[in-house]
Design a protein around this ligand. Structure first.
Ligand code: SF4
Length: 363
């Protein structure tokens, strides 16, 4: 039997209204547990960590390199980026920072699409990563050939893709967006009457569709970390901390988003922790962000949102295995050896540059 997906507007109660119609549904592109690597970072003594940090600082200077790190990576790497004139940011700001910084070499600590984005925007710079094995389940769950066929089957739709995609998928799109600006850009397109084809994160797509009322056809990918946050367990923990604020990344399931005090990108979550009056927050995003949260809102308490359901089948423990591959040893080795360079096909990169530029220039 053919499975069906809906596309159209939600009614005022969040249910379907008369405009809903049905299309054959894509297969589910979420990764299975066996497809997700387990990564346990090496334990380092304080002496070893300090030696590595000193080496990395020296090598960054010698190589005319700047360190651009994501909020989800190791806290030591985040500190190094801050201390050496680099940046710790979400993927949108990482892209901007790398493009605008005068260094000839960018060291991107995050996952592969972030390194590729840096290379697309700065083709004249050399871009390295601590490892080239740091993937993303959203990127892996959106194969370019299948995505191309999906676009060709829906030629009347404006193609909006999340930044967590390969260069080839970006090159097929009209717009690239991050979770910081996706809502505003889709709102802008919907106001012009455009119908959207969205990929790859189904939860973020559904969140934007619900907020904007836009006509969106969704690819069916998911983030292996955020998809694990559980509504029932979150409700239970709210009973224990009734005064806590709930901060949620929009890659989480709709039921989790619905009970949030603030939904937003990593930067927006950090901003909310500073702005909102709560002393305690339950946070539904990768736990790497706690390093920056504690520094940005000292004195406040942060609790990890539960990933286990009633059966205590915790799979993700709220930490991305690919982000965890960014280790001090790997970073130092990359700087020492000049291995792990990011290369992007210039022609494909030039096509991917256009939708990226559109996002960066969006007011
Ligand atoms: S946390 Fe999720 S969206 Fe972010 S890199 Fe990991 S798998 Fe991808």
């Amino acid at each position: 039997m053919q499975r069906l997906a809906w596309v159209g507007r939600t009614g005022p109660t969040g249910g379907f209204d008369d405009e809903v119609y049905y299309l054959p549904m894509l297969r589910d592109y979420s990764l299975q547990p066996a497809e997700v690597p387990v990564h346990t970072p090496a334990f380092l003594s304080d002496a070893r960590r300090n030696a590595l940090k000193a080496d990395i600082k020296r090598l960054l200077e010698e190589r005319d390199a700047v360190l651009v790190a994501h909020y989800y990576v190791d806290g030591d790497i985040q500190d190094l980026a801050d201390e050496t004139g680099g940046c710790v940011a979400d993927s949108l700001e990482m892209a901007r920072f790398g493009r605008d910084h005068p260094a000839t070499t960018l060291i991107v600590s995050g996952v592969r699409f972030m390194g590729e984005t840096a290379k697309i925007l700065s083709p004249e710079k050399r871009v390295f990563m601590p490892t080239l094995e740091a993937e993303c389940s959203l990127d892996l769950g959106c194969p370019p050939d299948e995505f191309k066929a999906f676009c060709e089957a829906n030629p009347d739709r404006t193609v909006v893709v999340y930044a967590n995609t390969s260069v080839a998928v970006k090159a097929l799109s009209d717009w690239v967006v991050t979770s910081s600006v996706g809502l505003k850009i889709v709102e802008h397109l919907a106001a012009k009457g455009e119908k959207i084809l969205w990929a790859p994160d189904k939860h973020l797509g559904n969140f934007i569709r619900t907020k904007t009322g836009a006509d969106m056809l969704l690819w069916s990918g998911a983030c292996v970390v955020h998809e694990e946050f559980k509504f029932k367990a979150l409700e239970d923990i709210k009973q224990v901390y009734p005064d806590a604020g709930v901060l949620v990344h929009p890659e989480s399931p709709a039921a989790v988003i619905d009970i949030a005090d603030r939904v937003g990108s990593t930067s927006q979550i950090i901003q909310a922790a500073r702005e909102l009056p709560h002393d305690t927050f339950i946070v539904a995003t990768d736990r790497g962000i706690f390093h920056k949260l504690r520094k940005s809102a000292p004195g406040k308490r942060f609790i990890e949102a539960p990933t286990a359901g009633d059966g205590a089948m915790c799979r993700s423990c709220a930490h991305c295995p690919w982000m965890a591959m960014n280790e001090l040893e790997a970073l130092a080795a990359t700087l020492e050896s000049s291995d792990n360079e990011i290369h992007v096909d210039p022609a494909v990169g030039a096509r991917a540059m256009k939708p990226l530029q559109r996002m960066l220039e969006f007011p």
